[in-house]
Design a protein around this ligand. Sequence first.
Ligand SMILES: *Cc1c(COP(=O)(O)O)cnc(C)c1O
Length: 388
Amino acid sequence: MGTYARQNIVFARGEGAWLETENGERYLDFGSGVAVNALGHAHPRLVAALTEQAGNLWHTSNLYRVAGQEKLAERLVEATFADKVFFCNSGAEACEGAIKAARRYHFVSGSPERWRIITAEGAFHGRTLTALAAAGNPKYLEGFGPEAPGFDHVPFGDLAAVRAAIGPETAAVMVEPVQGEGGVHVGSADYLRGLREICDEAGILLVLDEVQTGVGRSGKLFSHEWAGITPDIMAVAKGIGGGFPLGAVLATERAAVGLTPGTHGSTFGGNPLATAVGSAVLDVVLEPDFLESVQQKALRLRQSLARIQDQFPSLVTEVRGQGLLTGIKVSVAPAEVVAAALAERLLVVGAGDNVVRVLPPLTVADHEISEGVDRLARALSHLSKSIT
Ligand SMILES: *Cc1c(COP(=O)(O)O)cnc(C)c1O
């Protein structure tokens, strides 16, 4: 169907931060499949985990215990605030699961009237009907019938607006620690701490959508660690599967209390192939020094992008981000920068608010950062010539 305005290019294989077309043209991938290929392409540990699992068992359904799913859940519980994990296949499903968990928590805790969720303007939570209503972007909602009810939108970063929006029907606040699709808007540590306090005072749940920020992208395993707080419920996807479709809802024991047998489910969720890859991703990301190295690479990338801003001040008006979730705000349409970069065989990704996202794999080498930034500089140079 005509849902995508695709670039006219087909990739045949990939390795690390590089993609290659059938004709052998090599592209430097600073989009990572929209923050999905956390460990780059064809990471040997992921290939081994997937092929080994493929020879043993693909799918049994959630009618039975799934060994690899239990293993990955235990690893996630050990590494995070969570006591409970539900597996699904995508970010939108993870957000839906998080919303359902939050509503059911109040339902079984004696406050069934609490079902509304406060969300942030500029958010992105996926393309299911409820996730679209949660984000409230009119562009994505148009023509799809009545908007799913139950969401109150407030400006991102505005604690007073959250306080004012809380009413007797409020169940939770749900935000991304960094708005990715919305244009790499970083929620400050004070904002996240404030949300935690407000939710505790009001007896409502804090739900974080870490679908894009999670699994090392922010330089921590999860972005909320930068603020020193923990959510009650968290949606995870994208990087956790390293390119294999996998999502998860993580929650504390208390917040997960409503999701009893039969209340939620998924046919494919947490299937042996997906969770074998997920465990391998986590093995690498949790190795000593891995996240430290992501932070160092992020600093290097940010400094290089700042130099580009100095070089092209009329084209690049801001550099922002957290970890390797980086964005440059540009004064032309982001699609023009994406196209100019593609001509230099560099992949970057557009976002809202006139931002181009620079999302190299977490395993990117220092010389690849230099190469990518050089290519971006060449692309911007061509663009600035064609404008003036
Ligand atoms: C990508 C994204 C989603 C949706 O993920 P899908 O896998 O496309 O459903 C939800 N939330 C955030 C923050 C995202 O970046």
